[in-house]
Design a binder for this molecule. Structure first.
Ligand SMILES: Cc1cc2nc3c(=O)[nH]c(=O)nc-3n(C[C@H](O)[C@H](O)[C@H](O)COP(=O)(O)OP(=O)(O)OC[C@H]3O[C@@H](n4cnc5c(N)ncnc54)[C@H](O)[C@@H]3O)c2cc1C
Length: 381
């Protein structure tokens, strides 16, 4: 059993780490404080090929798969969770358009998303449909005269929703049929009747805008259906299976970032005449943080490897996301504790990391929903 990364993957990690240190870390506190989406940095990510990971070069992508995505997102999350999440969620769009799109859709939309610096979004959640995706109320009614669908409804909590120009939206084409009536549509900003509503004021992830989307008689050409009509639920679930590996990568990255800061601080901070690294109580914290994070990493890498080698990975992606997100909260909490009062101050990044880490337990499916997925698979229900 060989666990090593290839030379190309190691080179990618180096590139992502340098980018995170040079471009993301210097602005992480500022974008958190000012609630700014750093569009300039997103364009730089596109120029370096990060926004095209997992899509073949013929569509402007940079190739690779889930392992490459994990490497980059992990490195970004060590320094700036908002940027890591922005990239990770952006990638859902190009991935599902590549997987389910027609040739025309791929040629039209992928180069813009992979290398064109345009932001993508994935819009499933609604005010009344969170964990229960079958409760989606947004409707898409067919108009045979124009061969268009007319979308009406509201999506909420959509990452990048205020910035995205190409969005995959899930709407009901058979109201009352729940998950069996969901259809995925590619919607472009500028289509009449589509706008974004309020941008949420969140606990964390301030450098990523989370927006409401509003559809008022929005006409979308029938050729913009992604995959098959009424088969959108399968697309959403497959997209989430894959995206959860990205959230796992966010979790292991932010945890490792918090460990690195804690180790440095423990050697520098002196109390009772010696560095606090010599206090056994804190050494035990570090032992727990490092061990659990190492375990979380291998669950994430294993899910990514299964994904890339074409094996079933629903269980592994649920386990890696559930574990990495709970661990991210656990580790950032202890890291803040190790920093004492300074950890609670905005002069240090720990309080931001603690707020940001919490989100990983909620989005892309909550921990409770992941326990459902995992227990069903284990019990073979
Ligand atoms: C910052 C942020 C960004 C987001 N980005 C996106 C995005 O880009 N696109 C998108 O579509 N969505 C996005 N979401 C939505 C996110 O995926 C949902 O918030 C999440 O799935 C939970 O749905 P909910 O908030 O409606 O909670 P609910 O589903 O109402 O859950 C409430 C509580 O009940 C629990 N619960 C629900 N059902 C069960 C069950 N069957 N068994 C046990 N417990 C259960 C939940 O775990 C939770 O604790 C985002 C959310 C946030 C906060």
């Amino acid at each position: 059993m060989d666990h090593s990364f290839t030379k190309e993957q190691e080179a990618l990690r180096k590139l992502a780490r340098q980018f995170a240190e040079n471009e993301l870390e210097p602005v992480a506190a500022e974008i958190d404080e000012q609630h700014v989406f750093p569009m300039e940095n997103f364009k730089k990510m596109a120029a370096l090929g990060f926004t095209g990971i997992g899509v073949p070069e013929e569509y402007g992508g940079s190739g690779g798969g889930a392992i490459e995505e994990v490497i980059v997102v992990e490195e970004f999350a060590k320094k700036c969770m908002s940027s890591a999440a922005t990239l990770s969620i952006h990638l859902i769009g190009p991935h599902i358009i590549h997987q389910f799109g027609t040739q025309e859709q791929k040629e039209k939309y992928l180069p813009r998303l992979t290398k064109g610096g345009e932001v993508g979004a994935f819009a499933l959640t609604e005010p009344g449909a969170g964990s229960d995706a079958g409760a989606v109320q947004t409707t898409a009614t067919y108009d045979p005269e124009t061969d268009e669908y007319i979308l009406n409804g509201t999506k909420c909590f959509i990452t990048g929703g205020s910035r995205a120009t190409i969005l995959v939206i899930f709407a009901s084409t058979m109201p009352g049929k729940g998950t069996r009536g969901l259809t995925a549509f590619i919607v472009e900003r500028g289509m009449e009747g589509f706008s974004h509503g309020k941008i949420e004021n969140k606990m964390g992830l301030h450098g990523s805008e989370t927006a409401e989307l509003v559809f008022e008689d929005c006409r979308v050409p029938a050729k913009n259906i992604l995959g098959e009509k009424n088969k959108g639920f399968k697309i959403a679930m497959m997209a989430l299976d894959s995206a959860r590996i990205g959230t796992g990568a966010q979790g292991i990255g932010i945890a490792q970032g918090a460990i690195d800061l804690s180790v440095k601080y423990m050697h520098e901070r002196v109390q009772f005449g010696k560095p606090i690294a010599e206090l056994q109580g804190l050494q035990w914290y570090i032992a727990d943080m490092a061990t659990k994070t190492e375990a979380a990493k291998w669950l994430v890498y294993n899910a990514a490897w299964k994904h890339d080698s074409g094996q079933p990975y629903t269980l592994e992606s649920a386990m890696c996301k559930y574990n990495a997100s709970e661990n991210a909260r656990f580790v950032t909490n202890l890291a803040l504790q190790i920093h004492g009062g300074y950890g609670y101050m905005k002069d240090y990044p720990l309080e931001r990391m603690y707020r940001d880490a919490k989100l990983t337990e909620i989005y892309e499916g909550t921990s409770e929903i992941h326990k459902l997925v995992i227990s069903r698979a284990v019990l073979n229900k």
